[in-house]
Structure formats: C-alpha cells, structure tokens
Design a binder for this molecule. Structure first.
Ligand code: SAH
Length: 258
C-alpha cells in the first residue's frame, strides 16, 4: 500500500498528466484539497471511492485516513492543486507517513504559474531582460522570511509569479512599482484554465483597480516583470549569426551563449 501525492494541475482536466489521469481513475480512497482542486478533476475519481475534502480536516484527521488505508492495504490518492511541491504542505504529511512506515510517491502536475503564463500567451523569460523567474507570495498568516520580503525579490528585476497574494494586490503593486517602475507590465490571471478564467493585463500603475473592478479576491496568479512586454530583444538561439551545436551561423563572427 502507498500514498500517491498527485498534482491536479491548474483546473482543466485536460492538463492532468497521463499518470495522474490513470491513478485517479483507478482510485479507491482520495483526499483532495476541495478549496482549490477543480470539481472536473475530482469527478474523475470513481463514484465508488471514499472521498475526503481536506479543506474541512485537521492534519490529525488526515493522518487517521492514512492509517485506515494502511490497515485496509489500499492505495490512497492525496490530490493537490497545481504541482504538489509548491505551497502543497506535503512535507508535514510525508513526515507522518514516514512515522507510520507508509510508502509514498509524487506525481507532478502543471503549476498554476505555468497555466497563467499560457493564458497570458507570454514567455516568462526574456533575453537580456529577465533570465530568472521567482515563485513567491506575500505574507499572510504564514509570515515571510525577512530576507525574502517583496522588496528584496524586486531588486533582482526578475519575473515575479506571486501565489496566494491577489487579496493584497494594492499593497503588492504599490511596493513593486518602487522597484520596477509604475509602467512595468503586470498581469493577474484568475482561475487559469477554468471555464470562468479571467485574464487582466495592465501595468503596475493600473492593475489593482482593474482587479478590484473584476472583483477578483482569490485563486489568482499575479505576474510582474519587463519580460511580459512584447518589444523584447530577439534571442540568440534562432539568430542567423549565432552558431550552436545544431546549427552553423551564416556569419560566425557573432558567438555567445544561448
Ligand atoms: N500547488 C499549487 C499552488 C497552491 S497555493 C500550484 O502549483 O499551482 C494556491 C494558490 O495558487 C492560489 O492562491 C493562487 O495564487 C494559485 N492558483 C491555484 N490555482 C490557480 C489557477 N487555476 N489560476 C490562478 N492561480 C491559481
């Protein structure tokens, strides 16, 4: 018997991995994060399975369901939104499983930051402008480590993808404008890949008002950075003067790294 942590992806069941789809459709016991996992994904679990919504459960109650599955010798699916490794709170569950000598594995999922980038039809990196993507959040009831406060992240001028933060979009964008400039592109994607998805593209100056007008208060990704602009430098990768292992340049006087 084992526990399988499964990434449910951002919402649209077509974005599940083949492995996630397979284990879900054979599952007999499933604990899912009801506040976030899309109902369309939960619907793949057979009707005969025991289904638990972790939104209303304590860690001890989850542990109890793990132990029951162990006693019945039946695999248990622990379904987390997006990819389980990002704000999934799976470490504490794996520690419990270690204590009970229960085996586990993880099936990765498409994270909501990736789904948001797809909805925005954007690339999160841009040559010479942004070669780093930061996945972060603002402090909520979970405080931020001091060295990772928004101000420090913003200094790097990376592309920022902020989870769990849209309710603070006014404060976040005001702070970021100090570092990126108020004309820096900013986007908010609510329910990326869901049927009721909302995409808002603006600048740090005006995005908060647009998010407020759209009444978006949760389950949204904030994406900020100059990489989101359309007028970025052309990459070396496809440049006709740039040679690499798979292609000879027309004029190899231009060399460099991808
Ligand atoms: N493990 C998840 C993140 C869980 S934290 C992942 O990899 O995506 C929950 C936060 O994820 C939400 O507050 C929101 O910021 C973001 N999120 C989850 N699903 C989303 C979606 N479909 N669209 C936009 N943001 C989403």
């Amino acid at each position: 018997m084992k526990v399988i942590f499964v990434g449910a992806g951002p919402g649209n069941p077509d974005l599940l991995t083949v492995q996630a789809q397979r284990v879900l459709s054979h599952c007999q016991i499933c604990i899912y994060a009801g506040s976030l996992v899309s109902p369309e994904v939960v619907a793949i679990v057979p009707e005969t399975a025991d289904l638990y919504d972790s939104a209303g459960m304590t860690l001890e109650e989850i542990e109890e369901v793990f132990k029951q599955a162990q006693q019945r010798d039946i695999d248990l699916i622990r379904l987390h939104t997006g990819d389980p490794s990002i704000y999934g709170a799976i470490r504490e569950q794996m520690n419990i499983l270690d204590r009970h000598d229960i085996d586990y594995e993880i099936v990765p999922g498409i994270s909501s930051f990736q789904a948001a980038a797809a909805s925005l039809k954007t690339e999160l990196t841009a040559p010479e402008i942004a070669q780093t993507i930061i996945l972060s959040r603002t402090s909520g009831r979970t405080p931020m480590p001091a060295a990772q406060e928004l101000e420090h992240l913003a200094r790097t001028q990376s592309t920022l993808c902020l989870f769990l933060s849209v309710h603070k979009v006014v404060d976040v964008t005001a702070e970021l404008a100090n570092w990126y400039g108020s004309d820096c592109p900013a986007a908010v994607v609510f329910h990326a890949s869901w049927p009721d998805e909302v995409v808002i593209s603006a600048t740090l100056a005006d995005i908060a008002a647009k998010v407020d007008a759209a009444q978006i208060k949760k389950t949204a990704m904030i994406v900020v950075g100059p990489a989101l602009a359309r007028d970025i430098p052309v990459s070396k990768l496809y440049h006709r003067h740039f040679s690499h292992g798979y292609r000879q340049a027309e004029d190899s006087s231009v060399a460099g790294q991808k």
